[in-house]
Design a protein around this ligand. Structure first.
Ligand code: FES
Ligand SMILES: [Fe+2]
Length: 360
């Protein structure tokens, strides 16, 4: 297993005086894998694979509300990414390295719908195309582009596909509830000192509710010492949905997990009303995850009510954080390494899929 906290390194021996190799933030190693070049000495470079342990995945990386007029820097599976909006408000993502001298593009500004590098002012469009090279009006800009990533804005979240030079095999698939036109979306993001797989397992774990959240969403769930909990799980092409059954009675809430890292909790709110929370656990590195918490509601839709719902959601997530951060560093282990019971069923199915992603 290769947790992405330890980027895969390739030593690339570049000829001295090979200025072309020096000038590219991205190159391919001898096996043809795209990667980030870091200079070590004048003749040795390190080639780091991007998105190690989380490659070829659609993942939310930020809430739509977090991306305004300025570039937004995020780290996804140990790879630096910059997001920005063009003049029409369309979001794009680039690898956060300028192809000229590899500084962070996210330190620059958005001008005329392009991202301007803070160092020498080169400009890049959302597809990575270089649109301006100051001092060099005759420059062959076709060869000077930044590295784009497939980007989508859906359901109040910004999604990227974690691969370079590869077209996605499919499209992101957010829960239907956050795509509904008549809901108010409101959210916040947090950083947890926990591996993304530990965070996802917490989100799909119903049995912890009365213990971690005794005074919030778990209140009244476990009424006696002999109470039983079962999960009615359904499999889908995108993951699993389930409903808890407490003492033989189906609970009013239900949930789903959309692989690899997006979950949804539907909270009962009365007939015809829609209320719940969507979570995404975005890998930052082998030790940290960025947690996106996106609430939705089909009633009290005025933004003036956001603070009440936000305060409730923040409290619940804070209770989870305190427990999950006490897990061992790194990804969840193979199922045989920890004791499990029937109510861990969704977590165990997720664990199998997650470990396959990490190994691939
Ligand atoms: S380093 Fe970006 S323009 Fe020179
Ligand atoms: Fe929880």
């Amino acid at each position: 297993m290769r947790p992405f906290g330890r980027p895969e390194l390739f030593f690339v021996f570049a000829k001295q005086n090979d200025h072309r190799a020096d000038s590219r933030a991205f190159e391919r190693n001898r096996e043809g894998q795209a990667g980030i070049i870091h200079n070590m000495t004048s003749d040795i470079q390190i080639h780091v694979s991007p998105f190690v342990g989380f490659a070829r995945q659609w993942t939310p990386v930020a809430l739509s509300s977090e991306l305004r007029g300025r570039p937004l820097a995020v780290t996804v599976a140990a790879t630096d990414v910059v997001l920005f909006r063009d003049a029409k408000g369309v979001a794009s993502a680039l690898i956060d390295r300028c192809p000229h001298r590899s500084v962070k593009l996210s330190l620059g500004r958005v001008e005329d719908g392009c991202l301007t590098c803070p160092f020498h002012g080169w400009k890049f469009a959302g597809d990575g195309a270089c649109t301006d090279v100051p001092w060099h009006p005759e420059a062959k800009r076709d060869a000077l582009g930044a590295t784009p990533l497939p980007t989508r804005e859906l359901g109040g979240m910004l999604w990227i596909y974690t691969a370079i030079d590869e077209q996605p095999r499919d499209e992101p698939s957010p829960p239907a509830e956050v795509l509904a036109p008549d809901v108010r979306l409101f959210g916040e993001s947090f950083e947890w000192r926990a591996h993304w797989t530990r965070a996802v397992e917490n989100m799909v774990d119903d049995s912890h509710l009365p213990f971690v959240h005794p005074n919030s969403i778990g209140r009244g769930m476990r009424r006696s010492r002999d109470a039983t909990l079962a999960l009615d799980v359904e499999e889908h092409p995108w993951g699993w949905s389930w409903r808890a059954v407490v003492d033989g009675v189906a609970a009013e809430w239900s949930a789903e997990l959309r692989l690899p890292n997006v979950s949804l909790l539907r909270i009962p709110a009365g007939p015809g009303k829609s209320l719940g929370i969507c979570f995404a656990a975005v890998p930052v590195d082998g030790e940290r995850a960025r947690i996106l918490q996106l609430g939705y509601r089909s009633f009290l839709r005025s933004p003036a009510f956001d603070w009440i719902f936000r305060a409730i959601n923040r409290r619940v997530l804070g209770e989870d954080k305190a427990i999950v951060e006490s897990s061992p560093v790194g990804p969840v282990p193979h199922a045989s390494a920890e004791a499990s019971v029937a109510t861990d069923v969704v977590g165990l199915r997720f664990r199998k899929r997650a470990l396959a992603i990490i190994r691939s």
